[in-house]
Design a protein around this ligand. Structure first.
Ligand code: HAM
Length: 431
């Protein structure tokens, strides 16, 4: 029987690599004070139809269950999170900083960086409208990747803002309603990947061109990246001034400016985003986006029919693209290999040199395991040489030999070949 396309078997070595990424994600999320939550794998189809919107709706694994409900396997977390928070909003002190590491399902065309089943870290902050929260979120995104051994030479966070785009283009192009805006965003979203002639043709109805748009985007980009530009003149509180504040007041002091750029061709495909949005890319541009997110200030209100109105923002980072990038980045790969070797290694291998002593050896194995050591031993009788070979293969640091010397044992440090004889009662203290 064949594996379904886009799904994965996790053999132990694959599982270990996945666990490495998940362990680092959890470590950094906690470092930033995020707490873990989770939700159901199956949700009503309507949740995603109404809240995710965009191309995601066409990628759902949906079906009718035995109770005739139209359900879908989760393709993302944001609608679930919004539902959960809206339901018990009063129970939590704001801002909430929540993270999760769920498995998602999307019926996408299988390709490099895109599968039909993947893991995605989500970090979200709910209940804080200040640009300080956007910066905290971008900082945690950066540190997730730094913790995996990646540097500013390997990836870049491209920050944009739907509000700034509306401010600039709403006026310049006289975009009157949501429909025109969405149509324009769709062209902008693909402008880097589309033949300019085709984009120009699409932009005709907006009375503009790729060249004009690039000039405007570059002007506003330079203004926002310039640390001195908003001290006088532009009034504080405008959307572009808020983006400036995010970068220069909140990210610069952390020393993280080398990891970010401003790029207004980032608009994001999901319907719920409102203000600042961002995506993370590898510098070599070999991969799809590593992560993406932004503000979705209207979603909780939408979810609760206006009862709960809280600003919110978050991002998702997938394991598939990330694993590709780690594999292609020597320093990051070496760090992962070292972690994996340590994870794999057993600390003590108990060699049973005399089968009569098996009961004594088992008692010793049990006491070492009780003390928290990772211990292995031969389940059936075998030659001593073979047992030492197994100990080496398992990466054991020590071998303990139970045999002729009983009630004394031998402790061997495998790397240095150093050996001492001792009483079993003294073993724990020597390890
Ligand atoms: P998204 O851009 O759809 O955002 O996904 C975020 C990341 O998940 C992508 O950049 C990519 O690394 C990974 N990803 C997405 N689809 C696939 C796939 N088919 N195979 C492998 N990896 C994939 C969201 O999902 C938003 N809900 C993120 C968010 C959280 N926004 C606010 N809070």
């Amino acid at each position: 029987m064949q594996l379904l396309p886009g799904f994965r078997d996790f053999y132990p070595e694959d599982c270990a690599r996945r666990n490495y990424i998940l362990a680092k994600w959890r470590e950094v999320a906690r470092r930033y004070g995020f707490v873990e939550y989770d939700g159901p794998v199956l949700e009503p189809m309507a949740l995603y139809e109404k809240k995710s919107g965009g191309e995601l709706v066409g990628q759902l694994f949906d079906f009718e269950d035995k109770g005739k409900r139209h359900v879908a396997m989760r393709p993302e977390m944001t609608p679930t999170l919004a539902r959960m928070v809206a339901a018990r909003e009063r129970d939590f002190k704001k801002p909430l900083k929540w993270f999760c590491v769920p498995q998602f399902f999307r019926y996408e065309k299988q390709q490099r960086g895109r599968l039909r089943e993947f893991y995605q870290l989500n970090c979200d902050i709910i209940g804080e409208a200040s640009p300080a929260a956007d910066a905290e979120l971008i900082a945690v995104t950066i540190d997730m990747l730094r913790a995996l051994g990646l540097t500013q030479h390997d990836f870049v966070v491209r920050v944009s803002s739907r509000h700034v785009l509306v401010d600039v283009f709403g006026e310049k192009l006289n975009l009157k309603d949501e429909g025109e805006l969405t149509g324009f965003f769709e062209i902008l979203d693909k402008i880097d990947r589309t033949d300019p002639e085709r984009s120009d043709a699409a932009l005709k109805s907006f009375n503009t061109s790729v060249a004009d748009i690039r000039v405007w985007l570059q002007q506003i980009r330079e203004q926002i990246l310039d640390p001195t530009s908003y001290q006088s003149g532009v009034s504080a509180g405008t959307h572009s001034a808020q983006m400036h504040e995010l970068l220069h007041n909140h990210l610069r002091p952390r020393g993280l400016m080398e990891f970010v750029d401003v790029d207004f061709t980032i608009v994001r495909g999901l319907a719920y985003y409102t203000g600042v949005v961002f995506e993370v890319f590898d510098r070599s541009k070999n991969e799809r986006a590593l992560a993406g997110g932004g503000r979705y200030d209207g979603l909780l209100s939408l979810m609760s029919d206006g009862k709960v109105n809280l600003p919110a923002l978050g991002f998702g980072m997938g394991d598939v693209v990330l694993a590709n990038l780690i594999n292609d980045t020597p320093a990051a790969k070496a760090q992962m290999e070292a972690w994996l070797a340590q994870e794999r290694a057993c600390s003590v291998y108990v060699v049973i040199a005399k089968e009569d002593r098996r009961a004594d050896a088992l008692a010793l194995v049990q006491s070492l395991r009780d003390a928290g050591h990772r211990v292995d031993f031969p389940l059936v009788a075998g030659k001593v040489g073979k047992q030492f070979q197994t100990a080496e293969q398992l990466g054991a640091k020590h071998a303990v030999v139970v045999g002729d010397e009983w009630p004394r044992i031998r402790l061997k440090t495998l790397a240095s070949r150093e050996e001492i004889e001792l009483d079993p009662a003294d073993l724990l203290a020597r390890l």
